[in-house]
Ligand binder design. Structure first.
Ligand code: NAP
Length: 314
């Protein structure tokens, strides 16, 4: 298991080796994306991935498959890997699974899905949970699935052993638990301390830094990978910066857009393994992927970034 020290050293080496990469080089594929290691296995993941709730799920529900096909194809072509979905995201998992099979890119992606069946009398029905997991395998068309996490801290006592068993059988490569609800933070912290998790998924953004207090240091200490969710707070950060120009000093860490500013902030925390911004638009995917190249802000710049955003109206 990685210690906090090795984890930070690993990140420092990775960051130190990278120089600023203009968009042209990115498009030409002549630069390597920033990657982070999964502490449990050492496998490296590009730091920018793709989420699939929000607008992606809306597009899936609305039948806008061309847009999603384009986005998934570009993710794979660019070497991006982490794709985060869930049976709970409406049609997103089924539509993405179908498109990924059609494109033949299932094995290029690091497919992260979730498990959570509605509890009855406080407990999840284990047979229903197994059926939901089997349905994910059918939708994804990939075995093993790279990561399955218990969604929103749903009955870990029942569902984590099912995932552990599937990992032991070689059907799943990593397991974990997620939440973005403050009411569940204490139980996620407890699970990180008491259970064997390869990953957690939680919200972390420049104006939503609660994760820095416990989850991120604890993940580094216990060798747990972190998927950073909602790096834009969905629409929250876009509303806050609307009408405001990006400061000139964002160029010091290679951010050319607000999206890259927000993502590079999240990426600069060494305990973050990958970030999964959701989009259904190619231009926004390209923008987000560009944040995964070049320098990241240091501690002084991070403080300056926070002060700038904190000063904007909520
Ligand atoms: N408990 C959980 O397991 C949990 C909870 C929350 C989130 N998540 C995961 O994390 C992912 C990300 O979180 P999120 O979907 O809540 O929100 P988010 O990624 O913070 O924000 C998505 C929004 O930002 C827009 N956007 C994306 N890139 C942009 C860019 N470069 N410029 C301008 N706008 C941009 C998207 O619209 P466009 O489509 O127009 O680009 C969409 O409206 C989810 O999709 C999900 O996979 C998991």
């Amino acid at each position: 298991m990685a210690t906090r020290r090795t984890f930070l050293a690993d990140t420092a080496v990775a960051l130190g080796a990278l120089a600023m990469v203009p968009g042209g080089l990115l498009a030409a594929g002549r630069a390597d994306p920033l990657t982070r290691a999964i502490p449990a296995t050492g496998e490296r993941l590009p730091i920018i991935g793709l989420g699939s709730s929000a607008t992606f799920a809306q597009a899936a529900a609305g039948g806008d498959f061309d847009a999603l096909r384009t986005v998934l194809q570009r993710l794979a072509e660019s070497g991006g890997r982490v794709f985060d979905t869930a049976p709970g995201y409406g049609a997103a998992e089924a539509v993405a699974g179908g498109l990924v099979r059609e494109l033949g890119i299932a094995n290029r992606l690091f497919w992260a899905t979730k498990l959570n069946v509605a509890p009855r009398g406080g407990r999840a029905d284990p047979e229903a949970a197994r059926r939901q997991l089997d349905a994910s395998f059918e939708r994804v068309g990939k075995s093993p699935i790279d990561l399955v996490q218990v969604h929103n801290m749903g009955d870990l006592d029942t569902q984590l052993p099912i995932l552990r068993e599937a990992r032991q059988d070689g059907r799943i490569r990593h397991i974990g638990a997620t939440t973005t609800f403050a009411t569940q933070y204490e139980s996620l912290e407890q699970a990180m301390r008491e259970r064997s998790l390869d990953f957690i998924g939680t919200n972390y953004a420049i104006d939503d830094r609660e994760a820095e207090k416990t989850f991120l240091p604890l993940a580094a200490e216990r060798g747990i990978a972190v998927l950073a969710y909602a790096p834009f707070g969905r629409t929250r950060l876009w509303s806050r910066v609307a009408g405001h120009a990006l400061p000139d000093w964002a160029a010091e860490f290679g951010a050319q857009t607000w999206g890259q500013f927000f993502l590079k902030f999240v990426a600069s925390h060494p305990a973050v393994t990958a970030i999964t911004p959701a989009t259904r638009r190619l231009a926004n995917l390209e923008d987000n992927l560009a944040a995964g190249f070049g320098p990241l802000p240091d501690a002084d710049l991070r403080r300056r970034m926070i002060a700038l955003i904190d000063a904007l109206p909520q």
